[in-house]
Design a protein around this ligand. Structure first.
Ligand SMILES: Nc1ncnc2c1ncn2[C@@H]1O[C@H](COP(=O)(O)OP(=O)(O)OP(=O)(O)O)[C@@H](O)[C@H]1O
Ligand SMILES: [Mg+2]
Length: 245
């Protein structure tokens, strides 16, 4: 037994408890309980409009819950600003990448590092370029002129520039050709193996469960299934619940 294992914190890195959210009158998330342990890779599955992106926005503080608590790294952050949560180590690869199109690849990566100490910039940039050598070659290209797969690399690289403790990813495989889906999941695994905790939203249940430790399934704002990824994969109801709206 290593000392690291003995001193591993018992509390999860992220805990959502009894989360209810509304957009105006419309009740979206209903009593959502979800956690991510230190270093864990968790996937959040669900059909369109089931509340997956709303869950990530609640974790980041872009959406405020009506009820419930978000506890992160030992602190209740339910009323903490998004910028403060990012400062404390949350990062997101948003839905549809959301790059700064008229800025270069390098400028987009710099944006990811704006809360990091300046002295670490070159080292962080080298790390990102070693994961995505193509970004080094294309550092001067405008992000808006990159292909979809290349933009996904910039979006992931930008999030990694912040050296996150908790990386949130919203449908990383969206719009990518099968070979690039495979590549982006390999990269997700590499980042996970480097010790970063991740919550990955996906509609692609097979691929994401094949690399995750645990998973949750959302259906119309409720968690309807949860468990170890290896058990969820075999679950008869997964398909049914997953496709339900
Ligand atoms: N700002 C908003 N105002 C009003 N309704 C919203 C808003 N954002 C999302 N919704 C609604 O909340 C529901 C859940 O949306 P959300 O984006 O969380 O779903 P999702 O599971 O990420 O879906 P998708 O797979 O299509 O991305 C949807 O019915 C959506 O129309
Ligand atoms: Mg979404």
């Amino acid at each position: 037994m290593s000392n690291a294992a003995a001193t591993e914190p018992a509390a999860p890195l992220l805990q959502l408890s009894g989360i209810d959210t509304y957009y105006g009158e419309i009740h979206i998330l209903q009593s959502v309980d979800l956690h991510v342990k230190h270093g864990e890779l968790v996937c959040l599955l669900g059909g369109n409009a089931s509340g997956k992106s709303t869950t990530l926005k609640t974790i980041l503080g872009i959406v405020s819950p009506h009820l419930g608590a978000v506890v992160y790294d030992g602190n209740d952050v339910t009323r903490t600003s998004t910028s403060e949560r990012i400062r404390r180590g949350m990062a997101i690869v948003p839905e549809n990448r959301r790059l700064f199109g008229p800025m270069t690849v390098l400028e987009n990566l710099e944006m990811g590092a704006y809360l990091r100490p300046r002295g670490d910039f070159e080292e962080d940039l080298d790390r990102v370029y070693s994961i995505f050598p193509l970004l080094a070659e294309r550092r001067g290209q405008l992000a808006g002129t990159l292909s979809g797969g290349e933009q996904q690399m910039v979006a992931m690289g930008r999030a990694l520039m912040a050296r996150p403790k908790l990386l949130l990813m919203d449908e990383p495989s969206m719009g990518l050709a099968p070979i690039l889906v495979e590549r982006s999941f390999e990269i997700i695994q590499e980042v996970h193996q480097a010790g970063v905790a991740m919550l990955v939203v996906e509609q692609n249940a097979n691929v994401s469960l094949s690399i995750a430790d645990r998973g949750y399934v959302l259906s119309t704002g409720r968690i309807v299934l949860e468990g170890k990824a290896s058990e969820l994969v075999q679950h008869d109801e997964l398909r049914k619940a997953y496709l339900g709206r």
